[in-house]
Design a protein. Structure first.
Length: 75
């Protein structure tokens, strides 16, 4: 079984939609404060414009852990 972790950061855009940015394998010791600071930086620098809309605010952040089990189907 393979386990993966992803930091998923969700923002609101000027067209009132949600957009997410993800970071694979975030540090184990990352803090809520570091995540918030990084997300605030994304908003303040305004370098992303998904579908032509600016990111205007922070919505949420979470770490998603996925367990994957592969099966060899050749019998």
């Amino acid at each position: 079984m393979e386990q993966t972790k992803r930091l998923l950061m969700t923002f609101k855009t000027t067209d009132n939609k949600k957009v997410s940015l993800s970071v694979d394998n975030p540090r184990e010791d990352i803090t809520e404060s570091e995540i918030k600071d990084a997300m605030d930086l994304v908003v303040s620098k305004n370098i992303f414009a998904p579908n032509g809309a600016d990111i205007i605010s922070v919505v949420e952040a979470k770490v998603v852990v996925t367990d994957t089990t592969s099966y060899d189907l050749e019998l």
